[in-house]
Design a binder for this molecule. Structure first.
Ligand code: ZN
Length: 219
């Protein structure tokens, strides 16, 4: 879709006249009309205002010329998973799991940006995969091939200790690298999660029920 159609569609969805939209983003009605006729496209400042007002990324306003990808985890970005700055502006470089509240959620990603960026980070991921596969092999479990960025709030299961106490190992607000491995013929899954400090392997039933800790290892 071209910018002119995108703006027309967003405006109509909000049931605004050209005049009303013009007021919201401090331009004339004629300017809106020219965008929608395809004669001009909004300048960058106005694109920012339109992005905030319609809650869509600038990439979407421009007719999605690029397939945006999170620079940290490689996830494809859509308006629904693009990160935002604290002021509400889209940050079209990262997904919302890797970057939120104006900062990276992954401490290790922050460090890797400083020492060499995505290539160093990929090396780190490979390193973690190797370490996991050694542990998984010892436990007689399938190998892992790929790690994703996972939000602590999704995977922070509560494990029951032999003495009856319950314990969580993760931080809801942090992100981890991890994955889920299916066990053929069994109704339990294997979940793995790691950061720079530790590796964790657990098993659980559907929806994380009855979780059991298999391995927790400091790196
Ligand atoms: Zn990401």
């Amino acid at each position: 879709m071209e910018t002119k159609d995108v703006i027309l569609e967003l405006r109509t969805k909000k049931r605004l006249s050209q005049e009303e939209l013009a007021e919201k983003v401090f331009v004339t009605r004629q300017a809106v009309s020219r965008w929608e006729n395809g004669e001009t496209i909004p300048n960058i400042e106005t694109l920012k205002l339109l992005s905030t007002f319609f809650d869509v990324s600038i990439n979407t306003l421009l007719g999605s010329p690029q397939q945006l990808v999170c620079k940290c985890c490689g996830m494809k970005l859509e308006d629904s998973n693009i990160s935002k700055e604290t002021n509400g502006d889209f940050n079209e470089e990262y997904c919302k799991w890797c970057y939120s509240d104006g900062d990276y959620t992954l401490d290790f990603w922050k460090q890797y940006i400083k020492i060499g960026g995505i290539e160093k980070f990929d090396e780190f991921k490979k390193q973690l995969i190797d370490e996991f596969n050694v542990l998984l092999e010892i436990e007689g479990l399938p190998k892992v091939e790929k790690l994703n960025v996972l939000s602590g709030s999704f995977i922070n299961l509560e494990y029951r200790l032999p003495n009856g106490n319950k314990i969580k190992f993760l931080n809801d607000k942090a992100s981890y690298l991890g994955s889920q491995l299916e066990l053929e013929g069994l109704d339990r899954c294997i979940g793995i999660a790691a950061n720079m400090e530790f590796l964790l392997i657990s098993s659980y039933e559907a929806d994380g029920k009855n979780p059991e800790l298999v391995v927790y290892k400091k790196r």
